[in-house]
Design a protein around this ligand. Sequence first.
Ligand code: ADP
Ligand code: MG
Ligand code: ZN
Length: 466
Amino acid sequence: MQYKVNIGLEVHIELNTKNKMFCRCKSSFGDKENTNVCPVCLAQPGALPIPNKEAIALAIKTGIATNCKIDKKVIFDRKNYFYKDLPKGYQITQFFNPICKDGYINIPNKKINIRQIHIEEDAGKVCKNNTIDYNRAGVPLLELVTMPDFESDEEVIQFLKALKEILIFCNVSDCKIQEGSMRVDINLSVRKENMPLGNRVEIKNVGSFKSIKNAINYEIKRHINLLENNNNINVETRKFDENNNKTIFMRNKETIKDYSYFKEPDILNINLSNNFIFNIKNNMPILPEEKRKLYAKNYNLSENDIKAILYSPKINNLFEELNNKINNPKEIANIISGELFKICNENKININNLTFNINYISNIINLFLNNKISRDTYKNVFFEIIINDVEPISFIEKNNLYLLNDTNFIESKIINILKENTKSINDYKNGKEKALKFLIGQCMKYFKGKCDSNIIKDIILKHINY
Ligand code: ADP
Ligand code: MG
Ligand code: ZN
């Protein structure tokens, strides 16, 4: 029997605002426990919440980037439940009137519909020794809820990657799943073709893309197995056990009644001005999806190059700034996708933590493009700029690295070198490719890299083939 899978996601995104959602405490990750707290986020009697304008702006920015309708009326509600990490005994959220509705994100072969995005506050965190850290209590969150449009684990991962890219390029969140700034709940059901949606389970807070994949596939098998044996699917909340690679029962699914939602009486309705929304719209960055198209169309760059220059906002800025100075997208993409990534990999540097002087980089690219230095010098000095912050012009002058431009001189020296290496010439003529490399190497050594290896190669071949 063929089964269809439906998956809907609830994604929690921590906003990277300076302050918490309803007080002016610092909102940050990794500070000493209970240092970013105040009467509001510790729920002392009489303390009143004041909504954070910056967070509301980021929610709208996210809504625009994901093609949502924005509600100009911002209203908050209470979701009531008791747990020790929730000092007020309720969470302020937007239940009746989410700020963003009816959007979508494109993934490679389809459109995933977004039902809503709403603003809420995070709870504190229960620590290993069972104490509670309230630094996180009140940190602004977005909850994004999709329609049950996904039909496979691949589609879910494609969506999460696209969403993450949008949020990072809009500077809304850093989306680090491991640090909890992006948290994913998976809702999943299976059904027979042409039947209505089946009973779903919710898998809470799955901690990595790999676990998301595994949890989905485990759950699909479990559902089909139950159905094939004529069992019902219990509507329940489960969690993913990473060690044993399976989902386990947590609790029966809570219902709306369990939370007795009502409008937050401590916060007045906010009416956003047209101007406030217009300003956000006007300052939207060009999104990665759009840039991908522009780069392919206007610059004729390969998929690999485009992937590299959209790796992160930092790398993308580097590309764009260099291109403003030099106007040679191909060469700039080349040095980034080839050399820069290689240097970072080999030296175990997180490319997003690099610091560099952009003028140094544009200087070295220009010298190369104007045939002032060889490709080898170009690569070597680029390495020096990235790793040791070396200023290229004086470095090249000091080490006398400008290309030799007297071709007669170069050719006469190569002829001399060939005369001293007749064995290698014979080896090459007898089919040993390596011998040619050796000869080029000898010349490079002689010219101390100041002559392009391709030019050397051409001259050598010209003389060998006589
Ligand atoms: P709740 O808030 O109680 O978890 P919602 O109706 O808000 O429930 O839905 C939450 C998520 O579950 C949404 O992403 C939605 O698309 C998804 N979902 C709802 N019903 C199903 C179903 N039968 N199969 C798969 N996903 C579902
Ligand atoms: Mg839910
Ligand atoms: Zn506070």
